[in-house]
Design a protein around this ligand. Sequence first.
Ligand SMILES: Nc1ncnc2c1ncn2[C@@H]1O[C@H](COP(=O)(O)OP(=O)(O)OP(=O)(O)O)[C@@H](O)[C@H]1O
Ligand SMILES: [Mg+2]
Length: 413
Amino acid sequence: MKSLGLDFGTANSSVAVSDGLQSRVLELDQGNSSIPSTFFFDFDDDKTYIGEQAYDRYYLGDKGRFLRSFKSALGTSTLDHEVQIKRNRYAVKDIIEQYLAIVVSRAEQSLQRPIENLVVGRPVHFVDHDPEADRRAQESLRQIVHNIGVKNVEFQLEPIAAALNYGVSVKAEELVLVIDIGAGTSDFSVVRFAATNAVNADVISNCGVHVGGNDIDKAIALNQAMPLFGYKQRFKRREQLEVPNHYYQNASSWHKIDLLYDRKVLNAMDEISPQVFNPELIDRFSSLLKSRQVHNVLSEVERMKKAFSGHSSSTIDLDFIEPKLRVDVCEQTFHQLIDCMCDEIIANAYQAITLAGLSKTQIDTVYVTGGSMGIKHLHNKVVENFDTAQIIEGDRATSVARGLAIHGHQIGF
Ligand SMILES: Nc1ncnc2c1ncn2[C@@H]1O[C@H](COP(=O)(O)OP(=O)(O)OP(=O)(O)O)[C@@H](O)[C@H]1O
Ligand SMILES: [Mg+2]
């Protein structure tokens, strides 16, 4: 029997199939093993696009509605926020449902059979320090997956799934710390594999925190890009007062950008503009909102972040807004901006070890996965902190989905 796992990620999703030992990921998006968690409704042809096609249509300037990082709405009031699409309004949970319906139907096409049982991944905490919101988030996701026609849904923690995927190759007894740094959350598990039955992980501890690549994008955007759009501008008549910062917080948060596309926000900007020292910056923000290009700015910030993997400086290039509008960011500034988040991630890794009642020298292997482990500065911190363990790199895009499918097989699902 082949079992199926769905890793619905904040930035990327994938579906894998497993017979218990072997696993393979399905190609859901132009031959790729994962599909961006993006949604675009095109006003010209009235069609919904997801994945790379959604990006393409949005970046080519097609008229429509673009959303990304909707997983972050689970467990929060943003799940019920309504998005205006032509004459209709859809709650964000309906957008998630439309996205996952397409993902699952592509998986069914690839398998040539309907999907009735599905193991779905979840972070250790959808929402930090709020068990009730966390429970609601899982139940909303369960309902969404049922609504698209999947009868039976089981959840498994994303870092445990990653551990199970690693377990397939374990040959001797091993204590493993899993570190999965995604776009929305960072998740950690400590597991023990027995030499004789490595595929069955003995889970010793889990912990997680709502910090990930999106928070890094937000920190860079707020600090480096948003001042070009009036962030931190002061009022001429009351210099101690800054322009309300929630507009810029939303503009720097992938899952909140849509809240800005509201006539009320433009009216507020029109009111604020003549009152500040540099009105042209506020006016630039207004035209950004009118042309619905906020995602473009954040994408450029994300591209700049990724470019740091191989270089010592990088540029946020905004000349699609105005010629020569750009910000050069040096490595020192980049590290300063992300240091506290990297330290929080490392502190949580230690927390997982403490919760397991172990000390770090007892950890044999640190298994790292998730796209944000591509940040060299973070990777170096992991290596420095866990220098007595071997560091194994999982496939950043597919290890969770594969492990979910393996788990499905283990529970006869
Ligand atoms: N080379 C890189 N350098 C820095 N960040 C990167 C790099 N490659 C990808 N990322 C970041 O990794 C994140 C996506 O990782 P991933 O696909 O593991 O997330 P996810 O599984 O969708 O999210 P989550 O598990 O939190 O729901 C994004 O924030 C992206 O910007
Ligand atoms: Mg993930």
